[in-house]
Design a binder for this molecule. Structure first.
Ligand code: GDP
Ligand code: MG
Length: 173
């Protein structure tokens, strides 16, 4: 039985891009089966990251709920349900967007709904940030305010930081 990792975050941080990279399928999947809420709200696949294999979940349900402005409602309940059956969560934020109020909401939501789950904070869209001009450190410092420790900087688009993500997940999985 593979460990389960759910990717959680506000809309547009790159959850599906990371999911696609982890399952090594590059095309975007479209959810257009409204009759099948599970298919629409949660996608799952087998992630390959170095020698790690885990079940990865793309939590589009939380996203659907979050677009209404608050993380409430049936789809959020469904995500919470799946979350309770996951051992790990990737809390995804996006470096180039800065920390947004919805990120803080997701953090709060995670604290409430994922008390026993190990959470790894991952900062996507980091490919345009630089170590030399301090922009990477500034974004990481801001992300620390979420209270989930230092973020792992990645780019789901370019593959930057995947070995660091591996390094963070390896001792947990
Ligand atoms: P989701 O709503 O969290 O599932 O986000 P998506 O995976 O749909 O991505 C939202 C947007 O961000 C899309 O336009 C992606 O192309 C873009 N995106 C995703 N990952 C990255 C990244 O690492 N860098 C940059 N620059 N853009 C990204
Ligand atoms: Mg998505």
């Amino acid at each position: 039985l593979l460990p389960t990792v759910i990717i959680v975050g506000r809309p547009n941080v790159g959850k599906s891009a990371l999911f696609n990279r982890l399952i090594q399928r590059r095309e975007a999947l479209v959810y257009n089966t409204p009759a099948d809420h599970v298919t629409r709200d949660i996608r799952d696949g087998i992630a390959k990251l170095g020698d790690l294999r885990f079940q990865v979940l793309d939590s589009a349900g939380l996203e659907a709920a979050a677009t209404s402005g608050s993380i409430l409602g049936r789809t959020a309940d469904m995500t919470a349900n799946v979350l309770s059956r996951s051992q790990f969560a990737i809390f995804l934020i996006a470096a180039r967007d800065g920390l947004q109020s919805m990120d803080l909401q997701v953090g709060k939501w995670l604290r409430k709904h994922a008390p026993g789950i190990k959470i790894v904070l991952v900062m996507n869209k980091s490919e345009s940030l630089d170590e030399s001009d301090g922009s990477l450190a500034a974004a990481a410092g801001e992300a620390c305010r979420l209270g989930f420790g230092d973020p792992i900087a990645i780019s789901a688009e370019t593959g930057l930081g995947m070995s660091e993500l591996y390094g963070a997940l390896k001792p947990l999985l």
